[in-house]
Design a protein around this ligand. Structure first.
Ligand code: GLA
Length: 390
C-alpha cells in the first residue's frame, strides 16, 4: 500500500500539478462466499472485503469544478464536471459513480462545499464482478466524509453508495456490495442479515486452503436488466405467497414453510426464483454455523449447492460460469466452488487446498479455454479491511 501511495501521489501531481493538500485513500473490492441474490429478499449474505480495491487521491479546489482522472482509463484523460451539474450521463462513463455519490450526499443534506480534483487507480480486475463500482462509490464517500469533516459512519457510507447506485446509476442492487466494502475487516467475513442490517464478523480461518477467484472474462452485456428482472420476479412471488402468511420478505420463510405455501405462486419461473431465495438464505445460515464449527468440508458442500440453485432455479449462471465451476469440482483438493456476485458473467469463488492451487489453475484454465474458446484469469485473494486514508 505504501508503494501504491507513492505511485498515485506522483501521478496526481503530474496530472493536476504538485500544490499541497492532496490526500490518498483506499477502499477494497469484495467477494461473496455464499448468500447470492438474497440481499434484496431480506435474507442473509456472507461476503468479505479483499486486499485489492480502489486507490484514490483527492484535493480540494477553490471553485465548484470537479475533475476526474483514472489510471485504468488513461486514454480518456481528465473528465470535467461541476458540483452544479450532478446528473448521470452516458458521456460521463465511470465518473457517474463518484458523481452519483456526491449527488447522494446532497440528497442526504450534506452539500459538498467546494470542487475536487480526483485521481483513481483500481487493481480489481476489470468486469470481474468483484464490485469495482461499489468500491469507487465507497472510496468517494470516504473521501467526502474525511476531507469535509462530515463524520459519516461506514455503515452510512454503504447506504449512501447503494442509494447512489439505485437512484443515480439506475441499478436496483441490494446492500451487500457496499456494506461488505465499507464494513470490511481483515481476515473476517461479514454475516449480514439484510432485513435489519444486523451483522456479525466471522473469522475466515482457512488453514491450509486459499480463496481463488476465477474470472470468466465474459462481457456482461445485459447483466443489469436481467438483474432487475430477477428482482421483479421475486417481488411477484412474494406478493402471491405472502397472503395470509404474515411475512415481509422471502427471507422470513423456512424451507418447510415455503414448500407448503409455494403453489400460491402461479408462475413457475417466479416459484423457482423464490425457492432459490428461500433455500439460499437457509444455506447461508448453515454455512456460517459450519464455518464456526470448523467444518470447512460442509461449508464447501453448501457452496456447491448454492451454485446448483443459481444455475437451475435462479438461472443466472450461463455456460462460462458453469464450466468454471463444474471443472473446479473435478479437481482434487477443491473444497467448494460457486459463481459469486450477480452472475451472467463475472467470476466464481473457490476454496482450494494450498497444494492444489497450481493444479487448479492449470486444469480449470485449460478446460475452460477448450470449451469456451478464450482464457479465464485466476487470482488468489486475501481478506482485507474497509476504507482508509493511506
Ligand atoms: C450484485 C448486487 C448485490 C447482490 C448480488 C447478488 O452484486 O450489487 O446487491 O444482489 O449481485 O447476490
Amino acid at each position: 500500500m505504501a508503494e501504491m501511495k507513492d505511485i498515485i501521489l506522483k501521478k496526481f501531481a503530474e496530472v493536476y500539478g504538485g500544490e499541497p493538500g492532496a490526500r490518498a485513500f483506499f477502499a477494497p473490492g469484495r467477494v461473496n462466499l455464499i448468500g447470492e441474490h438474497t440481499d434484496y429478499n431480506g435474507g442473509h449474505v456472507f461476503p468479505c472485503a479483499l486486499t485489492i480495491g480502489t486507490y484514490a487521491v483527492a484535493r480540494k479546489r477553490t471553485d465548484r469544478r470537479l475533475r476526474f482522472f483514472s489510471m485504468n482509463f488513461e486514454h480518456l484523460g481528465v473528465i470535467e464536471s461541476s458540483l452544479d451539474d450532478l446528473k448521470p450521463s452516458k458521456d460521463a462513463g465511470w465518473t457517474n459513480y463518484p458523481k452519483g455519490v456526491m449527488w447522494a450526499f446532497g440528497e442526504k443534506g450534506m452539500e459538498i462545499p467546494c470542487g475536487l480534483d480526483i485521481l483513481l487507480n483500481g487493481n480489481i480486475p476489470n468486469g470481474s464482478g468483484l464490485s469495482s463500482s461499489a468500491s469507487v462509490e465507497v472510496v468517494t464517500g470516504y473521501i467526502l466524509s474525511e476531507m469535509f469533516g462530515l463524520g459519516v459512519s461506514n455503515q452510512d457510507l454503504a447506504l449512501i453508495g447503494q442509494f447512489s447506485e439505485n437512484q443515480f446509476n439506475g441499478v436496483n442492487c441490494g446492500i451487500m456490495d457496499q456494506f461488505a466494502i465499507a464494513m470490511g475487516k481483515k481476515d473476517n467475513a461479514i454475516f449480514l442479515d439484510t432485513s435489519d442490517l444486523s451483522y456479525e464478523y466471522a473469522p475466515i480461518k482457512l488453514d491450509g486452503a486459499k480463496i481463488v477467484i476465477s474470472c470468466s472474462n465474459k462481457k456482461r452485456g445485459l447483466g443489469s436488466s436481467k438483474y432487475n428482472e430477477r428482482r421483479e420476479e421475486c417481488e411477484t412471488a412474494l406478493k402471491q405467497i405472502q397472503t395470509g402468511m404474515g411475512i415481509d420478505t422471502l427471507g422470513d420463510l423456512s424451507e418447510e414453510e415455503f414448500e407448503s405455501a409455494k403453489m400460491a405462486i402461479t408462475d413457475e419461473d417466479c416459484r423457482k426464483r423464490a425457492r432459490h431465495a428461500v433455500y439460499e438464505n437457509q444455506r447461508t445460515i448453515q454455512a456460517v454455523a459450519a464455518l464456526k464449527a470448523n467444518d470447512i468440508e460442509k461449508f464447501g458442500q453448501l457452496m456447491n449447492e448454492s451454485h446448483v440453485s443459481l444455475r437451475d432455479d435462479y438461472e443466472v449462471t450461463g455456460e462460462e460460469l458453469d464450466t468454471l465451476v463444474e471443472e473446479a469440482w473435478k479437481v482434487e483438493g477443491v473444497i467448494g466452488s460457486r459463481m459469486t456476485g450477480a452472475g451472467f458473467g463475472g467470476c466464481t469463488v473457490s476454496i482450494v487446498k494450498d497444494e492444489a492451487v497450481d493444479r487448479f489453475i492449470q486444469e480449470v484454465g485449460s478446460a475452460y479455454k477448450a470449451t469456451i474458446g478464450y482464457e479465464a484469469d485466476f487470482y488468489v485473494v486475501e481478506v482485507g479491511s474497509g476504507p482508509c486514508e493511506l
